[in-house]
Design a protein around this ligand. Sequence first.
Ligand code: KG4
Ligand code: ZN
Length: 336
Amino acid sequence: MLTLAIETSCDETAAAVVDGLSAVRGAMIATSRDAFAQSGGVIPEDAARRQLESILPVVHGALKQAGITKDDLDAVAVTRGPGLLGSLLVGTTCARTLAWLWGKPLIGVHHILGHLTSPWLGADTPPQFPLLTLTVSGGHTELWLRESHTRGQLLGRSRDDAAGEAFDKGAALLGLPYPGGPSIAKAAESGDAAAIHFPLPLQKDDTLDFSFSGLKTALRYALRDAPETDTNDLAASYQEAICRHLTDRAAKAMARCPQAHELHLVGGVAANTRLRAMLSEHCQGITVRAPALKFCTDNAAMIGAAANAMLEELGEKAFAEFSTEAALPLSAAMSS
Ligand code: KG4
Ligand code: ZN
């Protein structure tokens, strides 16, 4: 199954040719992230205008890299939401048009299903269901127990900010550039993670939910009350607190779901090396898997793999009509 996938949910313009669930034949990505480094975040209209310019060169680049033409393709897939509406429309309009012109079936993919499928990309041994997935991105922090690609149960989610948002907002408070995750991770390399103690959130509740807003407030107070503290020490301590909270929930989910064979870490924040190390250390007795770094942050290969997984499990239903939705709910990613 050779699928051309397009992903434009945030500030990236990505296209990939994926064979099955694991083989990436070609992938290209254009990002306007550097343009937003100083603005503290993405300016949606600006991002969409840039995507409009790069979408066709990126699609052609991916096909060329794969060494194929449109005739070799079995399907076209595209992220249908959630994300920035203008950006999503650039991707879905392009994919719809290409699928129609080329006479190929079109598959609309939930962005989160893409992240959930990313550990299959390039994997030597395919993951085994049932498994736990911790999704940590700029807009999502969730724990799933999954029976298959398209069936599963949401065990917990953030009650306020997402993990990536906690990094991004923390970086803004510390005066570090957007996106905050890589900036904080870099500053943390030369900081002392034990310099400041941050409380572990939601310790009293018997829940697998997350909460990051308290950590952000604690960082604000630390900056107010001890402004002389080294920025690298603050970054390292704050990163440590976010990672401890995520690891604590993952370990709790593991204890609750002994039937799970694997624990997956996906989404932009999965690129964080401290988080990867902490999870592997504290979640022994289960296979911990995270995709290669290039498949953690938004990319089109994960959308292609998810489309192929949908086809495998849903058959013709994968080709169902779909709308482009900025606020596509999580329930559209997976059935229980
Ligand atoms: O999955 P993603 O690329 O986009 C969304 O779907 O949101 O995730 C972006 C998020 C941003 O909040 C960014 O700060 C965070 O991932 N991020 C990281 C790292 N690289 C990206 N967070 C922590 N450490 C990193 N190395
Ligand atoms: Zn994402």
